[in-house]
Every structure is written in C-alpha cells, then in structure tokens.
Design a protein around this ligand. Structure first.
Ligand SMILES: [Zn+2]
Length: 45
C-alpha cells in the first residue's frame, strides 16, 4: 500500500490489470493505487 495515482492512469486501457475504485486510475501494479480492483479483460475479437 502507499501512493495512489489519483486519477492518473499509467497504462493504456488494454494494459490495465487493476483500477482504483476510489479515483479510477488504471495501473498494471496494484501497489500503485489506493483501492485496487481487478479489471476484467474485454478482448473479444
Ligand atoms: Zn486511488
């Protein structure tokens, strides 16, 4: 736990593994946001 991106996503939408429930920032590392929530992958092509 620790810092949060505070709404600033550090990865592209498709690369995000976690999304902050509080501020909505997307990251690949759950340690980078305050309330990490797993992102469901939507890849149907
Ligand atoms: Zn946050």
């Amino acid at each position: 736990m620790g810092d949060c991106l505070k709404g600033k996503s550090e990865v592209k939408k498709g690369d995000a593994k976690f999304e902050c429930r509080k501020c909505g920032a997307r990251t690949a590392d759950k340690g980078h946001v305050c309330k990490p929530e797993k992102v469901k992958k939507k890849k149907k092509k």
